[in-house]
Design a protein around this ligand. Structure first.
Ligand code: CAA
Length: 380
């Protein structure tokens, strides 16, 4: 396997690295503390082309490969995982889903705005009683001839309050099980669409997470994505790619925490020497470095699988499972290396530790990744 990055990939990685240091770092502690959405920074990321990286250029996308997207996710996440999840959802779940399965009219109307950052999108699958068990959708969309009537509640929706367009998964025919599920493009301004209160979260506090309530929202027929009954497969396929993005986010959080711990170990002194000279610390750094490198291989491999047109359900799930474990472990160890300083906001590692946890939960918990992996390996 050759992971040598191309000139273009290196350029886009460096652009993301520079952007994160110049534009995300200075306000990240304050945004986390106030649960403030990075609106200005998201606008700039749209201008840089970070919001629709893999989408077709004819609809304003960057036409880039998944590996470039992963590199950007990794760099942004080293500094601000709240900003990177906004990027991830818009790229992987919204733009990729529309670009791959939308009609030319849907792409013209919606994708052109989402790729440029003029508008932001959200992906709405989870419900109060359908998180991991995604087929148990309670939100209904009843066929009324020229439109569907949408009713129900969605939970934990990233970009929930800040989006303009929402990809909503709903049950259209309960009798048909997962084949009676459809996906729809819903506009924020439509009658009957209400945004619920913002969640007060442990981590990724700068990202905007809400419940959404639909009360007799009229969705035109032309806003259904794909053929009748395609919604569950649409969600699964879109999430399979999304998991690569979250795996890259986890990798970035781990790498960010490790870099901070390493730098700190070179300046902090204890027992007459810099703490890096104590094996207790040096061995922690060795472990972190090794695990991050292993996670990186899995994450890049899953991106390359997707770019090569190979199956990426398995490699994406393995990448997310492992990288999110490494993110959590590394962030906890980075706090430990910092001692008391690790427990205060100024040193960034406590935030990375809080942010790391969500990578084991969203876009499928670690347990869901193990279902996907075990089914795949046992099928052979
Ligand atoms: N690609 C294409 N089709 C797929 C697929 C995939 N990756 N995975 C499943 N399917 C198809 C199956 O082939 C099957 O179709 P057929 O019957 O025609 O063969 C159908 O979908 C149903 O599949 P399963 O029987 O495997 O379904 P299941 O009920 O056993 O569930 C699951 C499988 C993997 C557990 C799934 O429910 C799942 O992924 N759950 C987790 C949901 C999730 O990730 N939620 C996160 C919310 S989004 C989010 O977090 C975004 C955010 O805001 C950051």
């Amino acid at each position: 396997m050759d992971f040598k990055l191309t000139e273009e990939q290196l350029m886009i990685r460096d652009a993301a690295r520079d952007f994160a240091k110049a534009e995300l770092l200075s306000g990240v502690i304050e945004r986390d503390s106030k649960q403030e959405f990075p609106a200005e920074q998201v606008k700039k990321m749209g201008e840089l082309g970070f919001l629709g990286m893999m989408a077709s250029p004819e609809y304003g996308g960057g036409g880039m490969d998944t590996l470039s997207y992963v590199l950007v996710m990794e760099e942004l996440s080293k500094i601000d995982a709240s900003a990177s999840v906004i990027v991830s959802v818009n790229n992987s779940l919204v733009c990729w889903g529309l670009d791959t399965y939308g009609t030319p009219e849907q792409k013209e109307k919606y994708l052109t705005k989402l790729t440029t950052g003029e508008s932001i999108g959200a992906f709405c699958l989870s419900e109060p009683e359908a998180g991991s068990d995604a087929t148990s959708q309670r939100t209904t969309a009843i066929d009324k001839g020229d439109h569907y009537l949408l009713n129900g509640t969605k939970n934990w929706i990233t970009n929930g309050g800040t989006s303009d367009y929402y990809l909503v998964i709903a049950q259209t025919d309960k009798e048909k099980g997962h084949r009676g599920i459809n996906a729809f493009i819903v506009e924020k301004t439509w009658d009957g669409f209400e945004i619920g209160p913002k969640e007060d979260k442990l981590g990724i506090r700068g990202s905007d997470t809400h419940s959404l309530i639909f009360n007799d929202v009229k969705v035109p027929k032309e806003n259904r994505i794909g053929e009748d009954g395609f919604g569950f497969k649409f969600a699964m396929k879109t999430l399979a790619g999304g998991r690569i993005g979250i795996a890259a986010q986890a990798l970035g959080i781990a790498a960010g925490a490790y870099e901070l711990a390493k730098e700190y170990s070179k300046v902090r002194k204890a027992f007459g020497t810099e703490i890096m000279n104590h094996q207790a610390i040096a061995f922690k750094l060795a472990d972190m470095h090794t695990k991050i490198e292993a996670a990186r291989m899995l994450v890049y491999k899953s991106a390359v699988d997707k770019d090569n047109g190979d199956d990426y359900d398995l490699s994406g799930a393995m990448a997310k499972l492992y990288a999110s474990e490494v993110a959590m472990e590394t962030a906890i160890e980075a706090v430990q290396v910092h001692g008391g300083n690790g427990y205060v906001k100024e040193y960034h590692v406590e935030r990375l530790m809080r942010d790391a946890k969500i990578t084991q939960i969203y876009e499928g918990t670690s347990e869901i990744q193990k279902i996907v992996i075990s089914r795949s390996i046992l099928r052979d």
